[in-house]
Design a protein around this ligand. Structure first.
Ligand SMILES: [Zn+2]
Length: 125
């Protein structure tokens, strides 16, 4: 069980991350709008460079959307008082681990175990 201070620290961290993602997503959106405006009256100059940049932006956007969903889910668990519960074994997730990775849903043991059985790459803790 987390203390009130710990809960607040996690909420602050999650909302800060959320703000950051939303603002970078907005600048990506600004980029694509500029691109559409610039298209008017233009020939195919730099078209391939532009396409490459644009698909990079889209990939970034997909990644951000996935992260946002994770952050929202973590905030939801925070409100329910479940954010420090490991979804695998139900044990408490250590607070320093939560603070470092607030979107995690596994305690350190389960995370290590899962990575051990799924693939045999070094763990990302
Ligand atoms: Zn666990």
């Amino acid at each position: 069980m987390l203390t009130r201070d710990q809960t607040e620290a996690l909420r602050e961290r999650l909302t800060a991350q959320r703000r950051q993602i939303v603002s970078s997503a907005q600048s990506a959106l600004g980029f694509s709008m500029d691109r559409d405006r610039d298209r008017v009256g233009r020939d195919s100059l730099d078209e391939s460079t532009e396409e490459a940049m644009y698909s990079t932006q889209l990939r970034l956007h997909d990644r951000e959307t996935g992260l946002l969903a994770k952050i929202d889910a973590a905030l939801e668990r925070l409100e329910q008082g479940e954010i420090d519960q490991c979804e695998e074994c139900g044990e408490d997730i250590a607070f320093p681990r939560l603070l470092a990775r607030p979107v995690t849903t596994l305690c350190i043991e389960c995370k290590a175990e899962r990575e051990e059985s799924e693939d045999r790459r070094p763990t990302d803790l």
